[in-house]
Design a protein around this ligand. Structure first.
Ligand code: HEM
Length: 385
């Protein structure tokens, strides 16, 4: 993370910002302020649809689907959709996925070993694992994976991809999701004990609880949010461990240290230039260092908040045994990440498979970083063993 963030958090914790596109706004940097912005109902997600937000890419035109997206709803609509996800996305359903995640990670590592050294770890493990997992959870058939994977690359892209291409990509995923939903309706008794089937059943049992657009967007959002962040984070973590071999060796000595190490890496590794989605103040709100006026936009930096010295000792140092509490990498408040448990499971299992099966894994040359997406992660990680 740029050291300027630490200086700003101390000197100007509510930072006036102007980005490549949109009006000026604010960036909250302190842990307590970030929590306030993410959880106080005076900060609205729905109001962002009408606002000219500070952002890194050209805006997409508003569509009815966007207004129905769980990430863009305020209470009480948001609570209604969250409740439905909670009833379909149960801890049991996620735990049932554990053997699949484990077997997939093992298979991918085996395939990488068989193909031989060197390999690109992103293509071999980081990307295929979360894609396979979210498709298994949602019930996306293997043939559909490339359709939605290509679309998602464009959805999370930044200004280097034309706005029309991004709109077309979103539309392609929405159309594909409608086909998957139709399939479940045509074959309601089929062997479809997947999350999408559960959501379709919830919609059809009581249409007043979930509109068709909400159902479709919920599927799309889960598919998109469900793997892009995870695949980048697995790559970021492997690079973090291999750039200082003592970290890798520390986990190799006792792989049961991996869950704590994952938490600490989530705390320290930035996932993008800013995390979480912007909010718009519905009334004037005091934060440390200033007042956000009604109608103004605020972004949060979970990265800066995760290194707030008022919350963490020696915050700039990565200490793999730290077991940090209250990290904001999965957000906070009512919109906090639905998939945090699943994401943690995948990161832990991927690292365990690599560390225990390929203990001599090493970086071969410079890591190539992505420049075309809003999420930070390696484009390619060439490794040898
Ligand atoms: C390392 C992996 C992940 C990270 C870092 C991450 C991060 C986040 C963050 C920061 C938010 C809150 C955004 C905000 O309030 O502005 C969020 C929301 C969300 N995440 Fe994740 N996520 C990850 C994995 C996943 C997975 C695996 C799934 C689904 C299977 C998922 C589904 C969602 C959904 C649906 C929301 C929107 C929740 C709402 O608006 O109520 N995420 N995620």
């Amino acid at each position: 993370m740029d050291p300027a963030y630490a200086r700003m958090r101390a000197e100007q914790p509510l930072l006036r910002i102007k980005m490549a596109y949109g009006q000026e706004g604010w960036l909250a940097l302190r842990h307590d302020d970030v929590r306030t912005v993410l959880s106080d109902p005076r900060f609205s997600r729905a109001a962002t649809l009408e606002a000219d937000l500070p952002r890194a890419e050209p805006d997409l035109p508003n569509t009815p689907e966007m207004a129905a997206n769980i990430t863009n709803l305020d209470q009480p609509e948001h609570g209604r959709l969250r409740g439905l996800i909670a009833s379909a996305f149960t801890a049991r359903r996620i735990e049932r996925l554990r053997p699949f995640v484990d077997e997939t990670a093992q298979r991918l590592v085996t395939e990488m070993l068989v193909a031989g050294s060197p390999a690109d770890l992103v293509k071999a493990v980081c990307e295929p694992l979360p894609v396979a997992v979210i498709c298994e959870l949602m019930g996306v058939p293997p043939a559909g994976r490339s359709i939605f994977r290509a679309g998602i690359e464009a959805v999370v892209s930044n200004a280097t991809v034309a706005a029309e291409a991004r709109v077309a990509a979103v539309q392609a995923i929405i159309t594909y999701m409608a086909e998957l939903i139709d399939e479940r309706r045509r074959d309601p008794g089929g062997p479809r004990d997947d999350l999408l089937g559960a959501l379709v059943a919830a919609r059809d049992a009581d249409g007043s609880r979930l509109s068709e657009a909400e159902l479709n967007m919920l599927g799309v959002t889960l598919l998109v949010a469900g793997h892009e962040t995870t695949l980048n984070m697995i790559g970021n973590m492997v690079v973090t461990l291999l750039t200082d071999r003592s970290r890798w060796d520390y986990l190799l000595a006792d792989p049961d240290r991996i869950p704590a190490a994952v938490e600490e890496m989530l705390r320290v590794i930035p996932s993008g230039p800013y995390s979480g989605l912007a909010r718009v103040a519905l009334e004037d709100v005091e934060l440390t260092g200033g007042t956000v006026r009604a109608g103004e936009a605020v972004l949060v930096s979970a990265e800066a908040a995760n290194r707030d010295p008022e919350v963490y000792d020696d915050p700039e140092t990565l200490r793999l045994d730290r077991e940090p509490a209250n990290i904001l990498s999965f957000g906070y408040g009512s919109h906090r990440c639905v998939g945090a448990v699943l994401a943690r499971m995948q990161m832990q299992i991927a690292l365990r498979a690599l560390i225990t099966r390929v203990p001599k894994l090493d970086l071969a040359g410079e890591v190539e970083w992505r420049t075309s997406t809003l999420i930070r992660g390696p484009e390619a990680v060439l490794v040898t063993w």
